[in-house]
Design a protein around this ligand. Structure first.
Ligand code: ARG
Length: 286
């Protein structure tokens, strides 16, 4: 019997949604003109109108769930700016800025920091390379921090000192899952001590990181390779409603068994850039 089956047999807890505030960026300039992850294929055509329509559905879904969505203006020449999760990491009104790995995205760091500054956040210019909430996930009072492809482990110490929280370093090993938010979904961001609080793809991590995840979250949802392979884990939960890729049907069933309400959206066009639901969403914690 797997962990998943054991947990599924436990009576699903009552799940309580709570309203959130997100930052998004309309994909007006979306295209794939360079390749910085295995998903991106610059020779393959993209359809910006379709990207906009799919993105709008995600936006409308959040509004329909009672969340607040703020918008940062897209910048011409920064096609990946739609992936706002990478624009920073925001807790307690402090916005830790991003410093991107690849030159193609570097100008996004200041663009997002300007927005944070103009909207009342205490902006902290980063000293180390990091890609914001792509690699930093808040679970209760703990920050799960990814490294291996993008964010440097030195940024993990920087974040620990800045936010005064425990930071757990996790090393990613599969280039298809290059950001932590492609390999882990946080199911209830407000509950730290829940051993079932995350869903993840074991094969995305090195042995040491996997041991840490198994120890901390013995009752986590283990997603299948197929769901993960369309970035099914790249999802947003408010504690009850979990917005996921509509094609992640196995994950959808697992979430239902645990008492969550999965809501599928199709972001197939944005998947061409290597991003999904979570990548297009940055949580603003004021
Ligand atoms: N093309 C972008 C990149 O490779 C996609 C970013 C996806 N964002 C995320 N939070 N996983 O940087």
């Amino acid at each position: 019997m797997t962990n998943t089956e054991t947990a599924a047999q436990m009576a699903p807890a009552t799940r309580t949604p709570s309203p959130r505030t997100y930052l998004m960026c309309r994909p007006e300039h979306f295209t794939v003109s360079y390749k910085i992850n295995p998903w991106m294929e610059p020779t393959k055509p993209t359809n910006t109108a379709r990207a906009l329509a799919q993105w709008q559905t995600l936006y409308d879904t959040y509004i329909g769930l009672g969340h607040t969505v703020e918008l940062v203006d897209p910048v011409a020449g920064l096609p990946d700016m739609v992936y706002s999760a990478n624009g920073g990491f925001v807790i307690d009104n402090i916005a830790y800025g991003a410093s991107f790995t690849f030159p193609e995205r570097q100008a996004e760091g200041p663009a997002y920091m300007d927005w944070f500054g103009a909207h009342g956040f205490d902006v902290r210019v980063p000293e180390n390379v990091n890609e914001g909430e792509g690699d930093f996930l808040l679970v209760g009072d703990t920050i799960l921090a990814g490294t291996g492809f993008r964010s440097e482990s030195r940024s993990h110490s920087e974040v620990a000192a800045l936010f005064g929280r425990d930071v757990v370093t996790l090393t990613l090993t599969n280039p298809n899952f290059y950001h932590l938010d492609t390999a882990i979904a946080v199911l209830d961001p407000l509950t730290g001590d829940d051993t079932a609080n995350i869903a993840y793809l074991p094969s995305a991590f090195d042995a040491k990181s996997l041991a840490i995840l198994r120890d901390r979250y013995p009752d986590a949802i283990i997603v299948g390779e197929q769901d993960a392979s369309i970035l099914g884990l790249n999802s947003i939960s408010d504690g009850y409603n979990v917005v996921i890729a509509s094609r992640a049907t196995g994950f959808e069933r697992q979430l239902r068994e645990r008492g969550y309400n999965p809501i599928g959206v199709d972001l197939s066009e944005l998947l061409l850039g290597g991003g999904g639901v979570k990548c297009c969403t940055l949580e603003l914690r004021r």
